[in-house]
Design a binder for this molecule. Structure first.
Ligand code: FAD
Length: 321
């Protein structure tokens, strides 16, 4: 068994970027093992998705016309049936909310190991999977001595595959046992903060406990507006209920890799750094010259954010709060 099977992810009518990153990771792995890369898309407008997913590196695309949106019980059954069809050595899934929802269930049903949050996959036999440990302080490479396994990959660790592909597109008739489908998606309600995905932003203005009070958040909002940036935060801001959870950067929030990350009143605790250390350029605004964030920062401004942020808003032609 040398083939690799990946299952794309979509949400509310659009493929997620990680679907194309799965192709890059899957291709690398399939090449190392001398096998093919199969990509499946389950639910939604499968034909349009298949067209979009037909990028360089994919050998086969399976379209599985089952529902509109992600459903744990459907995905588990379909994944299992696809695996029986394709017999891959590795099932690659995104390390996303959805991926992590069903990957362990698939691994458990098949009785195979699972490695989550991979940042590297290599080797033919045994497979070597790299992941971070101890709050991203160390990277470890795990040798998995098993003929089959499930791996979830961290988004943005691989470039998304592109270029015109020549995959063989096949419709796959899954035999979903409806009596085993225990939930139905009846609609969507946005969490506060809208449908913002901070992981997609090029520029993030990120606010921490140094902002002191909820009423001061408007100051960083105005800076974000002036820079056409997205607002994110450290965990205490979310714990205080000042911003919604989908804005949190870090180990228990989101991993982000923007072009510019502006950390305002954020100390740079390891759990925060775990989520933003891959940013291209880091700017820190902090009164404390010994704050750990300064060690990471390309530009460190040791000054009071209540002086610096209004000056930046003015400089970039923004509106004062
Ligand atoms: P602080 O550490 O309090 O830092 C505030 C900073 O603001 C200080 O450096 C201070 O010098 C500066 N400051 C104060 N006033 C001003 C001013 N007027 N002008 C300029 N600077 C000023 N944290 C996360 O962020 N994300 C996570 O996902 C996350 N996950 C966690 C998971 C676990 C299991 C645990 C145990 C913790 C986690 N944490 C996470 C919490 C983390 O340990 C820190 O407590 C948190 O990151 C600190 O947030 P902060 O930098 O905003 O606050």
């Amino acid at each position: 068994m040398t083939d690799v099977l990946a299952i794309a992810e979509h949400r509310r009518g659009s493929l997620r970027d990680v679907s194309f990153e799965l192709v890059t990771a899957g291709r690398e792995l399939a090449d190392a093992r001398g096998g093919d890369l199969h990509l499946a898309v389950v639910g939604g407008d499968v034909d349009a998705f298949a067209e979009e997913l037909n990028v360089e590196g994919v050998d086969t695309i399976y379209t599985v016309d089952e529902g509109e949106e992600f459903n744990h019980d459907v995905y588990v059954q379909v994944a299992q049936q696809l695996i029986e069809e394709v017999e891959p050595s590795t099932l690659l899934l995104p390390n996303s909310v959805n991926g992590l929802d069903y990957a362990p269930a698939v691994a458990e049903r098949l009785g195979v190991p699972i490695v989550t949050d991979a940042i590297g996959v290599a080797g033919d036999d045994p497979l070597e999977v790299t992941r971070e440990m101890y709050g991203s302080k160390v990277e470890t490479t795990i040798e998995v001595d098993a003929p089959e396994l499930v791996v979830t990959i961290r988004s943005t660790e691989w470039d998304g595959a592109e270029g015109e592909g020549s995959a063989d597109v096949q419709s796959f008739e899954a035999d979903v046992d409806e009596s085993q489908v225990r939930s139905t998606v009846t609609g969507f309600e946005e969490a506060g903060g809208g449908d913002v995905d901070i992981a997609d932003a090029d520029v993030l203005v990120s606010v921490g406990r140094g902002i002191d009070e909820e009423e001061n958040i408007v100051l960083v909002e105005k800076l974000a507006e002036a820079l056409d940036a997205t607002l994110s935060s450290s965990r205490p801001i979310v714990d205080n209920g000042w911003l919604p959870k989908n804005r949190q950067v870090g180990q228990s929030g989101k991993v982000v890799t923007p072009k510019v990350y502006i950390a305002i009143g954020i100390s740079g605790a390891v759990q925060h750094v775990a989520g933003m250390k891959g940013s291209e350029t880091i700017v820190a605004i902090n009164t404390d010259p010994n704050a750990p964030i300064n060690d990471l920062a390309d530009y460190a401004i040791h000054d009071d954010l209540f002086d610096v942020v209004p000056a930046l808003i003015e400089e970039f032609g923004g509106e004062s709060p």
